[in-house]
Design a protein around this ligand. Structure first.
Ligand code: ADP
Length: 479
């Protein structure tokens, strides 16, 4: 199977720069070849967006909404095919792939409607002959750069907001997982999206794309999800043409389990957060702080739950933990585990790669105890199926430990004490805090990070704002 790029409403077949392969991380097989876009292709995507942008912005929001909803319905109709493709390019279990796509479709539905509520304001002026009107307007041509961990929803969350706001969007999916994004392009094409409003541009390296995009003053906003390192590069590069940037970057999520926690809930929520997508999510529980009085019990319960997981190809019905996305990902997990063991951590379950499966990119669900902050697992995102457990005794101390990171995306606390829940959730320096809840994803809520975890918010009503300008219209001489 060969995919072209979707540029200004046309499928652009491979040109001089050929194609690049997309591999199935579970089997190593080539799933498809994808055309490598050139700098000219990127320019044509911008030209196409420029040509259609005024008409798209001027289209009544209810008509834009109908097109977005049509694309959402097409994706729902094709859910089995799309989910299977997502598993093959990315690795997650099939049920999770379906869940991801439906979550993404939820963003399309949400923003199709939110675009109809891009409210402005009128404000009383200080003199009687004036009127002050505040209007929201689409920012113009936008770009989405997305990572491989959620190839569908990462794009749909940005695209829904951009289209709902009246913006065109050029999407550059991650080179490991471009296929879901191309299929999103196809769904919008079939839904009747005007040519040029969406382009999906793929390349085996991001650099040429970024150079063209960043240098072009017509591109007014960049919405990026990925590493903090690349987020900083993009933020610096956006300064020359003063593009608006929304950045959803790395996390280092702590979970704090207090002595009065409902341990059943802790296990269910922590397992879901830790092992969803094999731990390759920026909101995945990365550090578990447990009160010393319940540490052994929680360790035993997590050990039992983790032993019941099934590692394998995401297309197999029983699989709950798929392969990691690429060799570098599993090498990082191995490094973190080896580092922790060398500094005194003990392995309760797992600890190494799973053998006898299609590739060597499968890692056993792993539980580490006797962990402390000298270890990499407590300092960096492991992005894999490894749960480190560290004990605490004092509330202020554990909050300080949880906050002692440059990242601030999400944090979780478990307690039955309402005062403590409020006190600690307010003290944590994170964009999302889950109280007795580590599975908080919701289209209607703003998602984003404090500190080096990012800028701006996605989802909710704030998600639309990322793609809009605010115009102050001052009217004088009213008699
Ligand atoms: P991850 O660690 O999740 O792979 P990256 O930040 O490396 O995160 O990649 C996320 C997205 O950013 C991908 O689409 C990738 O192609 C893109 N990307 C990586 N490096 C750059 C760069 N220097 N400029 C622009 N995009 C980049």
């Amino acid at each position: 199977m060969i995919y072209g790029n979707f540029i200004a409403g046309e499928w652009q077949l491979p040109g001089a720069s050929g194609t690049f392969p997309v591999h199935n991380p579970a089997t190593g097989a080539v799933v498809a070849e994808v055309a490598s876009a050139t700098a000219d292709d990127v320019r044509r995507a911008i030209d196409g967006a420029e040509a259609v942008q005024p008409a798209w912005a001027a289209m009544p929001a209810i008509e834009r909404s109908a097109i977005i909803r049509r694309a959402a319905a097409i994706m729902v109709d094709r859910i089995d095919e799309l989910a299977s493709l997502l598993v093959q390019e990315q690795g997650k279990p099939l049920a999770q792939a379906k869940g991801e796509i439906m979550y993404g479709v939820g963003f399309l539905d949400w923003f199709a409607e939110e675009g109809r509520r891009a409210y402005g304001m009128t404000i009383p002026a200080s003199v009687s002959e004036k009127r002050i009107i505040i209007a929201k307007q689409p920012i113009g041509i936008t770009v989405a750069i997305t990572p491989w961990n959620f190839p569908s929803v990462q794009l749909l969350r940005k695209l829904g907001a951009a289209l709902g706001a009246g913006c065109s969007m050029i999407a550059k999916p991650a080179e490991l997982t471009p296929l879901s994004a191309l299929e999103i392009g196809r769904a919008f094409e079939e839904a009747g999206l005007p040519k040029g409003v969406l382009s999906v541009v793929c390349a085996p390296e991001p650099y040429e794309f970024t150079d063209v995009i960043m240098a072009d003053p017509r591109v007014r906003a960049i919405s990026f999800t990925g590493s903090t390192e690349v987020g900083k590069i993009l933020m610096r590069a956006s300064a020359d043409t003063m593009k608006k940037v929304s950045l959803e970057l790395g996390g280092q999520a702590p979970t704090i389990v207090f002595e009065d926690a409902d341990l059943d809930a802790v296990v269910v929520e922590t397992m879901a957060s830790k092992f969803r997508n094999m731990g390759q999510t920026c909101v995945s529980v990365n550090r578990i702080y447990v009160h010393a009085s319940i540490a052994d019990e929680l360790g035993a319960r997590l050990q039992a739950a983790m032993s019941a997981l099934t590692v394998g190809d995401g297309l197999h019905e029983l699989t709950t933990v798929g392969p990691l996305v690429e060799p570098a990902a599993i090498e990082k997990v191995e490094r973190h585990v080896a580092d922790a063991i060398s500094k005194g951590a003990k392995v309760l379950v797992g600890g190494s790669r799973s053998s006898g499966l299609g590739t060597d990119q499968f890692f056993e669900p792993t539980l580490l105890i006797d962990v402390d902050e000298t270890m990499q697992v407590m300092q960096e995102e492991t992005f894999g199926p490894v749960a480190p457990l560290s004990v605490f005794t004092d509330e202020d101390d554990v909050v300080a430990r949880a906050n002692a990171t440059p990242f601030g995306l999400s944090a979780y606390i478990f307690t039955r004490d309402l005062n403590r829940a409020i006190r600690v959730s307010e003290a944590l320096e994170f964009g999302t805090v889950g109280i007795n809840d580590s599975t908080f994803s919701a289209v209607q809520a703003p998602f984003g990070g404090y500190k080096e975890s990012g800028l701006g918010r996605e989802g909710g009503n704030m998600g639309l704002e990322e793609f809009m300008e605010t115009k102050f219209i001052s009217i004088g001489h009213i008699r």
